[in-house]
Design a protein around this ligand. Structure first.
Ligand code: TYD
Length: 131
């Protein structure tokens, strides 16, 4: 798996910081949907699925969490703890978000509208699909 981390330009001045995300510029796809995960209970993982088509970009805009991406051969765990770092999760990559800090707000951009049939929730099924 190639490095999936994207470094966003911080536009800072004496007032503070600002980051702008634009489709096909620093977000590598059409943005159809944005959701955010927050208030995650301690020790609770989220995700644990892959998508047939959906690509996602994950940004911990507050606090921290870990995201493990798995292509069926290699699993790499990334720590997201900076609002200027995005993690790209391609289609057909198994993703698990875990070790959320209490203050974590994980912002997720996706290139599809929500569609339950795009989910692969069973890991063995995932391995079959990517064969
Ligand atoms: P779920 O996929 O279980 O979240 P995660 O993968 O982060 O653990 O989603 C939780 C609920 O929210 C589930 O009922 C589906 C719904 N949902 C939407 O309606 N739209 C969305 O864009 C997402 C991501 C989830």
């Amino acid at each position: 798996m190639n490095s999936q981390l994207i470094d966003f330009t911080i536009m800072g001045d004496e007032r503070g910081s600002l980051i702008a995300l634009e489709e096909h510029h620093n977000v590598p796809f059409d943005i159809k949907r944005v959701f955010y995960i927050y208030g995650t209970q301690e020790g609770v993982p989220r995700g644990q699925h892959a998508h047939y088509k959906t690509k996602q970009l994950l940004v911990a805009i507050s606090g921290s969490c870990k995201v493990t991406l798995d292509d069926g051969k290699t699993a790499i765990t990334h720590i997201l703890n900076k609002p200027n770092i995005g993690l790209f999760q391609d289609a057909l990559i198994w993703g698990k978000m875990h070790d959320f800090s209490q203050d974590c707000v994980l912002l997720v951009f996706a290139d599809t509208y929500y569609d339950d049939s795009d989910y692969i929730r069973d890991y063995d099924k995932f391995l079959e699909v990517i064969k």
